[in-house]
Design a protein around this ligand. Structure first.
Ligand code: ZN
Length: 413
């Protein structure tokens, strides 16, 4: 599928030293140094295109954009892949609710998502893969799982035994009762008659009446969500035999840890004998005015609506970076107003004829980013620099700074 337009990334001054980045690994629950590599393989789960792009989505893709930018600025290549779940139950349910064709709904939301990502200056993935275009790929993965003995049928649907991987459960750290509860809330069906284990997941769903289906060796149907990501990640990131894990970073919102990422990891382990990712990174949730932002509450804030009502996308980026990516947080009018004021002040300082020292500031920004993307510290340092500049301090080079802000933070000011 067509990705969005590439983003120009200015080169950093060669004399700057970028230490290896540390990120919190959801698997170990520890902040870990990401080992230095020439090429990183990063997979971030994409949206199901029926409500693009709310601020929770934006915060997630921004988090991985910061990681992407940092690794590239360190001189490495980042092979980045993202999927788009352009066929799944929630999409069909929304299409029925709104009385629209599901393909038209998906197309319109994917277009919106691309525009939003471009406006937010998010670096596009090298491969942006839809579930529909990955049907053959998913079908092959199901066949491979079948050969390992981890698949069984209930009527025409195929299920994967998650406990085929001895590591199942080690990413989410949840007990089985909690897993069952969350599984049923997030698209699973633990009580379905015929299941060997309640936590086994659907990998191939036979075509239902009035629903779309695609031919495969498993019959006419469509892929399950977890195997979609597993298959796309293992194909398009071309894992190296010599690497200890299939890929380097798997990411998404924290609501994907279970069941989605746990089940992807289990499938990948059975398919390859390896851990899916060296580091699992998850971005926290964004609420609105003290409440969880959710489809059911109908209180989602959309990037496109904010931009259409005149909000500068760089202000949205700034506001989302004002707290740490792992902190569940709220979107409020005050947060937006604060970001507008801070960005205006920094812009004024950047445009000033003189500038407070910039190289030490850029070094501080790099150090804070390397520390598990400590963006609140980054922005606080920027505020301090802007105040000093506007009070008449000199000796810096604002061009050098604005270029570095673009490279590292994606802020074009
Ligand atoms: Zn996924």
């Amino acid at each position: 599928m067509k990705s969005w337009a590439s983003v120009e990334i200015p080169k950093l001054n060669n004399s700057l030293n970028l230490p290896p980045i540390s990120l919190t690994n959801s698997k170990t629950l520890k902040k870990e140094v990401v080992a230095k590599k020439d090429v990183y393989r990063m997979y971030v789960c994409g949206i199901t295109p029926y409500d693009a792009t709310h601020l929770g989505h934006a915060a997630t893709y921004l988090t991985f954009d910061l990681i992407n930018r940092y690794l590239r600025a360190s001189g490495s290549q980042v092979l980045y892949v993202q999927n788009i779940t352009d066929i799944d139950d929630p999409l069909l349910e929304r299409a029925i609710r709104d009385n629209v064709n599901w393909e038209d709904l998906a197309t319109s939301q994917i277009d919106l998502f691309r525009d939003d990502m471009q406006n937010l200056r998010v670096i596009p993935p090298a491969h942006y893969i839809g579930a529909v275009e990955a049907i053959d790929l998913v079908s092959e993965s199901v066949t491979a799982l079948q050969a390992s003995g981890s698949i069984y049928a209930i009527e025409q649907d195929l299920f994967f035994k998650n406990y085929s991987s001895p590591q199942f459960g080690s990413l989410s750290h949840l007990d089985k009762e909690t897993m069952k509860e969350i599984f049923s809330q997030r698209g699973g069906n633990p009580t379905l008659a015929g299941k060997i284990d309640p936590l086994d997941c659907l990998v191939w769903m036979a075509k239902r009446e009035n629903e779309p289906g695609w031919p495969s060796v498993h019959g006419v149907g469509r892929p399950g969500w977890h195997i979609e990501c597993t298959a796309i990640a293992l194909k398009y990131l071309s894992p190296l035999e010599s690497d200890e894990t299939c890929i380097d970073i798997q990411g998404g919102g924290s609501d994907l840890i279970f069941p989605h990422h746990e089940m992807c990891a289990s499938q990948a382990q059975v398919l390859t004998g390896k851990e899916l990712a060296a580091t699992y990174v998850h971005a926290a949730m964004i609420g609105l005015d003290g409440e969880k932002m959710s489809k059911s509450k109908g209180n989602l804030v959309f990037v496109s609506k904010l931009i259409n009502s005149g909000t500068d996308p760089m202000v949205i980026r700034f506001a989302l970076m004002s707290e740490h990516y792992r902190l569940d947080r709220m979107w409020t009018d005050e947060l937006l107003a604060d970001a507008i004021a801070r960005v205006a002040k920094i812009r004024q300082a950047v445009a000033s004829s003189h500038s407070a020292p910039t190289t030490p500031l850029i070094e501080k920004i790099i150090l804070a980013l390397s520390n598990d993307l400590d963006t609140p510290t980054v922005l606080a340092e920027l505020d301090k620099w802007a105040s000093e500049t506007l009070q008449g301090s000199g000796g810096g080079d604002s061009k050098e700074l604005s270029s570095a802000l673009d490279t590292l933070l994606g802020l074009a000011l």
